[in-house]
Design a protein around this ligand. Sequence first.
Ligand code: AMP
Length: 304
Amino acid sequence: MGLLVVGSLGLDTVATPFDKIENALGGSATYISLAASYFSGPIRLVGIVGSDFPKEYIEMMNNHNIDLEGLQIVEGGKTFRWSGKYHYDLNVRDTLFTELNVFENFDPVIPETARKSKFICLGNIDPVLQSRVLDQMENPQFVVCDTMNYWIEGKKKELLELLPRVNVLIINDSEARLLAHEPNLIKAAKIIRNMGPEILIIKKGEHGALLFAEETIFSAPAFPLESIFDPTGAGDSFAGGFIGYLFKTRDLSSESLKRAVIYGSTMASFCVEKFSTKGLEELSYLQIQDRFRQFMNLSRFDEE
Ligand code: AMP
């Protein structure tokens, strides 16, 4: 049945204080699928691009066991484009432009083979489209959803209608504050979980992530990297590693959720080491496990 991933595929123009890259492969579904592909397959990607989308990107995704039956390619259409500029503090970024292009008329159609998928990752796209995906699913078991300030500000009502239908919401700290209208993250988490998702993950960039599940609060560090080239896609790679691990093990216990958060952080750390998706293209499961173990040592300590 596979893991269903729906989201954007795009061409990103990104500037950091160190470098700039134009029209590089990006998009929420792209990063999620690549990160998840190292755990189990097949990944069934549903999204849309224009005919200007480079063929080599399609080939690269196929080589990662990403099934593109659900990818709509619009003849003569223009692919989604996004541009961001990072500050000297790489946790802070400005969106320079968002061109929805083919996304403006996107109607996600889930292929017959994917409608029975039990594990679903709704990458960051319009919450109306995220709901339309769920409408087509037969009996979803575990729905992970990502969103961003663009939608919290622009489509709040639609987002609030979607949230009771998802099991896990993944957002960053500023988005959590915006969504909950509450500066304190612990209080914000309570408010957001009351909106629907029983599990909430709040990402805090280079300061790690917080998992809220049942009565548990679990704090995961970010991997201390000396060189971060491009933080774009870190959040999506996190989501991909998180759901990829859970899809592989089918274990949704709170201990497994904690491990999934660490696998998410692991994939995010590989992502930011190179520009665009390059950091996720040539990994081995051994490398991933090795970094997962290094994470364990990061915050392990003895009582005395
Ligand atoms: P992240 O750094 O994890 O927030 O994800 C960045 C990716 O999200 C980029 O590759 C963009 O192409 C994509 N993206 C940015 N804005 C949007 C949007 N409004 N809708 C869908 N995808 C977006």
